[in-house]
Design a protein around this ligand. Structure first.
Ligand code: UD1
Length: 336
């Protein structure tokens, strides 16, 4: 059985990926510092898969703890999720974002090198593209100057991994996620935003649940079909499965270069108003919302060209937007 390390494995995307890894037959060890996740997720993963992953409460910023941890186990692959992920928080606390997302990654890369480990999957973001000049966005689109410290840490992360690949014989894949939403069909794991949600879908579900009074739609004067901004919303379970395809590509030595990058999205653009309408339709809930001015830093439109992921990873999305929104609502209802 191949042994896979998942950093940040109790978080939103991490936990769904651990479930898919275990279903595929991998043995999983998680390290997570619980800064934005709950230990209960471990039991939930077990109740979905009948297998409890190994777990260590370790902060990747703690070099000594990380070193001792790597003394105990050997890994066939590593999926690195552990990072801070709020755009707005990153503007307030840039130092913490560079410390966690860049130095933490550098610590991990140092251990990978010292122990001759290989096969790294990095969780990157479509935010590296900024407002792309052409849509849909291909992997060849130019990277624009980052709009936030968070975005910059993802760009730097890709860069230092690429450099490690060139100098240390490392094989790595960066997956550039578009907008991950939804929850596992069991409603046992899902997104657990801390405090007031920044992202659209948790704000929508919390408004429908009565936790938030009203959803603000940020801008209706964008040059789009209905004036609201367009994104590519991907079901988190589809996204989790892309990690399995990428990992198997590396383990089976099917990669075409040491460092590869793939867009992971649906290829479909959906506006904020379309999200609201679809949510109302699939959940039979009326959503209280109002239009307000644009949120600074938001791009008009971003959706993926997924051709490369389809051709090279043999991966495509299986779930619909309707299923994603329904699963997010089912999950929300279990949080009360
Ligand atoms: C954001 C981050 C992105 C990150 C992703 C994680 C920015 C600029 N980008 O993407 O780097 O990887 O989250 O999931 O923040 N909206 C509303 N009302 C709300 C919340 C959002 O109208 O209360 C709108 C936004 O203006 C946007 C769309 O919904 O047009 C999606 O927003 P969000 O879920 O925050 O994702 P992104 O901003 O695309």
């Amino acid at each position: 059985m191949k042994n896979i390390l998942v950093t940040g494995g109790l978080g939103f995307i991490g936990s769904h990926t651990v479930v898919e890894l275990q279903k595929t037959g991998f043995r999983v060890v998680i390290i997570d510092n619980l800064s934005n996740s709950k230990i209960e997720v471990l039991e939930q993963i077990k109740s979905i898969t009948n297998a409890k992953p190994g777990f260590y409460n370790i902060d990747i910023c703690n070099k000594e703890a990380l070193k001792s941890f790597f003394d105990t186990e050997k890994f066939d692959g590593i999926i690195h999720f552990a990072a801070l992920k709020s755009v707005s928080e990153s503007v307030q606390k840039p130092k913490e974002y560079f410390e966690n997302n860049v130095n933490g990654l550098a610590n991990l890369l140092a251990e990978i090198k010292n122990r001759n480990l290989n096969n790294l999957i990095f969780s990157s973001s479509c935010t590296v593209y900024g407002q792309a000049d052409e849509l849909p966005i291909t992997e060849n689109a130019a990277l624009k100057p980052a709009e936030s410290p968070y975005g910059e840490t993802k760009q730097i992360g890709e860069k230092i991994i690429n450099e490690s690949c060139a100098s240390n014989n490392l094989d790595a894949i960066a997956l550039r996620y578009f907008n991950p939403i939804g929850a596992h069909e069991s409603a046992k794991i899902g997104e657990l935003p801390l405090g007031v949600p920044q992202n659209l879908i948790p704000y929508v579900t919390q408004t429908a649940a009565g936790i938030r009074e009203q959803l603000s739609v940020f801008g209706e004067d964008y040059p789009t079909k209905d004036g609201t901004a367009i994104r590519d919303y991907i079901h988190v379970v589809d996204l989790a499965k892309a990690h399995i395809s990428a990992l198997e590509r590396l383990i089976n030595k099917k990669n075409k270069s040491n460092f590869e990058v793939f867009n992971i999205g649906t290829g479909k653009g959906t506006s904020v108003l379309e999200i609201i309408q679809t949510f109302e339709k699939v959940t039979n809930q009326k959503l209280n919302y109002k239009i307000v001015k644009r949120r600074s830093g938001d791009v008009t439109s971003a959706y993926a060209d997924t051709t490369l992921a389809f051709n090279e990873l043999n991966w495509k999305t299986e779930k619909t937007l309707e299923e994603a929104l329904k699963s997010a609502w089912n999950w929300q209802q279990k949080q009360l």
